[in-house]
Design a protein around this ligand. Structure first.
Ligand SMILES: [Mg+2]
Length: 436
């Protein structure tokens, strides 16, 4: 079961207002064990590792960052002193389409900038509902750059760790059977969906009927035997009324035994949400309600139908500290595997559009992290220009392209302050090429 005390060497500071950020599940498995190691990923990692070996040959200074293979194009240096982490929805993508500056920003951080540097980066989204591999394929197409599952965390990624703790689980949300497939891929042994319960008890949800496709995919249950040990909301519910009815039914059982009803309403299984964002940014002009709204609704309903019992649920995702600690380890592994960088970065810039999750989490994590986590709020998503963000970022930028330019300029300025520059490294390579 999750505890709040497992953040490695992090020094935990908290007060009453921030305590909720530390109550999430403790994700302790190293990212390599949590990430699906697809064939594609192995290929791309080894390709990039070989590239690094060539890079080291031309690197002449002990303290120099790694350097790309010299070619006729300007040399590119991989920065080892800072890194980038990105939210996706409202930052790079909106309503399923890339925002206008997204591709330009990707080119910029991959070397097409005046300094000739590449910066390692990861994505940290609260979204979900698909396997990490499928989401990375979508993102690669949208951003015109390959995104690897090894640099990607979605809302339900850390739930993989819970698979060994529970036998039978109810998995809610997403399209069709996708979340059942994700959960089974994570190693959950017995995954039940609301569709299975509706197929078995057609009057469980009076106004929801299964489509032919749903009926075919759903599994009939033996209600005498099923005992649900935990409920996981993996992705946004497509049918709030039906899904909430079924979750409430499960919570009001005796220890998850489906054909029972508790007299005390305090013996139901735990409920986990993959994130707690009340709002999210879509193609609609105003933000839409999301999983955090369902969570609030479910807690309120539970109180109403049980005569005042409090329902305590648990959320993963941003702004939970466990998620940022997890992201730190993923970034470390990504930098090591693909760039050969074994030291932690001095600074990680986090770019998000939602003050309540992206900025709050980054700022709070920065309080206890040995690495500087620097929050950048972009104006292309949930947060609207002209309003005061509830959690103030270190920097506000119009869009992600402006954001990454700001971060790299700030790092260049830091170097200048130390009497150095990114171009010193590229100049070294140029002189090596000229002397050949
Ligand atoms: Mg967002």
């Amino acid at each position: 079961m999750a505890t709040a005390d497992g953040f490695g060497s992090q020094r935990v500071h908290k007060d009453a207002d921030r305590a909720d950020l530390y109550g999430g599940p403790n994700v302790v498995i190293p990212p390599s064990h949590l990430m699906a190691s697809s064939h594609d990923r192995n290929l791309s990692s080894s390709k990039m590792s070989n590239q690094h070996i060539e890079e080291e040959v031309v690197s002449s200074e002990e303290e120099s960052p790694q350097v790309d293979t010299p070619s006729s194009t300007p040399p590119v240096v991989t920065s080892d002193d800072f890194a980038l982490a990105f939210d996706i929805d409202g930052v790079f993508v909106k309503g399923g389409e890339p925002i206008p500056e997204a591709v330009e920003a990707m080119k910029y951080i991959n070397g097409e900038n005046p300094y000739g540097i590449k910066v390692p980066y990861i994505f940290l989204t609260n979204g979900g509902g698909k396997t990490e591999e499928e989401r990375c394929r979508d993102l690669s197409r949208q951003l015109e750059y390959e995104v690897d599952p090894g640099q990607f965390i979605c809302g339900h990624t850390p739930m993989r760790e819970m698979a060994e703790h529970y036998g039978t689980v109810l998995v809610v949300g997403g399209e069709g059977e996708k979340c059942r497939i994700v959960a089974e891929g994570y190693g959950f042994k017995d995954v039940i969906t609301p569709g299975d319960i509706i197929k078995t008890q057609h009057d469980a949800t009076p106004f929801r009927k299964l489509t032919d496709e749903e009926y075919k995919n759903s599994r009939e249950l033996d209600l005498e035997k099923v005992r649900i040990e935990a409920v996981f909301v993996f992705a946004d519910s497509r049918d709030w009324a039906g899904d909430q009815q079924i979750i409430l039914d499960v919570l009001m059982t005796q220890h998850g035994q489906l054909n029972t009803r508790s007299e005390t309403f305090d013996e139901g299984p735990p409920v986990y949400f993959s994130h707690n964002d009340v709002l999210w940014s879509t193609s609609h002009e105003h933000s839409r309600i999301g999983m955090g709204a369902l969570r609030a609704s479910l807690e309120a309903l539970y109180k109403a139908v049980t005569g005042g019992k409090e329902l305590k649920t648990v959320a993963f995702g941003k702004p939970q500290m466990g998620t940022f600690a997890f992201a730190t380890r993923l970034l470390q592994e990504w930098r090591s595997e693909t760039c050969g960088i074994d030291k932690p970065p001095a600074t990680v810039y986090f770019f998000g559009d939602t003050p309540e999750s992206d900025i709050r989490g980054t700022n709070e994590f920065n309080r206890s992290s040995e690495i500087e986590w620097y929050s950048v709020l972009v104006a292309t998503g949930v947060w609207q220009e002209g309003t005061i963000p509830r959690f103030p970022p270190r920097k506000i930028c119009k869009n992600i392209f402006e954001g990454v330019k700001f971060a790299i300029d700030r790092e260049a300025q830091k170097l200048r302050g130390r009497g150095a520059s990114f171009s010193m490294f590229t100049d070294d390579i140029k002189s090596i090429q000229l002397n050949k």
